[in-house]
Design a protein. Structure first.
Length: 141
């Protein structure tokens, strides 16, 4: 089974992290995730993430640090989820696929019901925030 490369944004704004809840009609209904999607052929991770965030949420971001990839086998599909930290720049959020979004403090992320591939990224954010390698509370990377 081929592994599909998926990019997601750990988007920061005013010390909070953006999370999106999948709609009831999507696979993994009502699970929370970091927004993003599949790369197009010959598309860079950064370009793909910027495109997906514009298409799904109508937002523009600046991108920075790449976090640890999260491979996951869902049984019917294998993905490698590539998280990239970014900062919200502009755009009124329009939900085109998701049920809802929220801006959360780092400590609040653990209370959400995450898609399995996204959970290791949440755990990495907790470790980084606790070790001050990433200052989510201040919105810096």
């Amino acid at each position: 089974m081929k592994t599909i490369i998926v990019v997601c944004g750990v988007i920061l704004n005013e010390g909070k992290v953006l999370a999106a809840q999948r709609s009831a009609t999507m696979s993994l209904p009502l699970k929370w995730e970091f927004p993003g999607g599949k790369l197009n052929p010959n598309e860079s991770e950064e370009d793909g993430l910027k495109r997906e965030l514009q298409e799904e949420l109508n937002i523009t971001v600046s991108l920075g640090k790449r976090l640890t990839p999260s491979p996951y086998d869902y049984g019917n599909i294998k993905i490698e989820l590539i998280p990239i930290v970014g900062h919200y720049l502009e755009g009124k959020i329009i939900l085109r696929e998701h049920l809802q979004i929220g801006w959360f403090e780092a400590k609040e992320l653990l209370a959400l019901d995450w898609a399995p591939a996204d959970l290791p990224i949440v755990q990495e954010l907790q470790r980084l925030n606790n070790s001050y390698s990433i200052e989510i509370e201040k919105g810096t990377v």
